[in-house]
Design a protein around this ligand. Structure first.
Ligand code: UDP
Ligand code: MG
Length: 151
């Protein structure tokens, strides 16, 4: 169970606003383990595939354009229930509904500039990780803090 992985990305607005460190810090201090990271300007093809489930939505084109407008910090984080807990840490899709203490609740205002992405299920996490990372780009490693984080 502690090997569950999720895909977290800091979107172009999060990068431009200098929030990479703040967002990574929250996952690190929680106790989750970073197993993959790349700073990249994603292709439109990749982004269209990443958001394929939203293809019929009116904001789909604008969303892909926004995500392609600059670099993103794409990451894979590992830990117990990291998919669900990661979503809680991000906050609601619309920052206006996100509680203070969540990333979106603390750092942004509008849904179309909500600074971060997180997989919404284990199944979509696995798909997204495979889309953004080659297997050899993910690092399996043992944290010396592991036995102080898990009982
Ligand atoms: N989005 C938007 N307008 C909307 C709903 C969503 O611009 O009305 C964007 C927003 O950036 C969101 C992304 O589309 O993060 C993906 O939407 P989803 O419903 O999957 O939300 P998420 O999983 O990111 O919370
Ligand atoms: Mg989503």
């Amino acid at each position: 169970m502690a090997e569950e992985r999720t895909f977290i990305a800091i979107k172009p607005d999060g990068v431009q606003r200098g929030l990479i460190g703040d967002i990574i810090k929250r996952f690190e201090q929680k106790g989750f383990k970073l197993v993959g990271m790349k700073f990249t300007q994603a292709s439109e093809e990749l982004l269209k595939e990443h958001y394929i489930d939203l293809k019929a939505r009116p904001f789909y084109e604008g969303l892909c354009k926004y995500m392609h407008s600059g670099p993103v910090c794409a990451m894979v984080w590992e830990g117990l229930n990291v998919v669900k807990t990661g979503r809680v840490m991000l906050g609601e899709t619309n920052p206006a509904d996100s509680k203070p203490g969540t990333i979106r609740g603390d750092f942004c205002i509008q849904v179309g500039r909500n600074i971060c992405h997180g997989s919404d299920s284990v199944d979509s996490a696995n798909k997204e990780i495979a889309l953004w990372f080659k297997p050899e780009e993910l690092v399996s490693w043992k944290s010396c803090a592991g036995s102080w984080i898990y009982e």
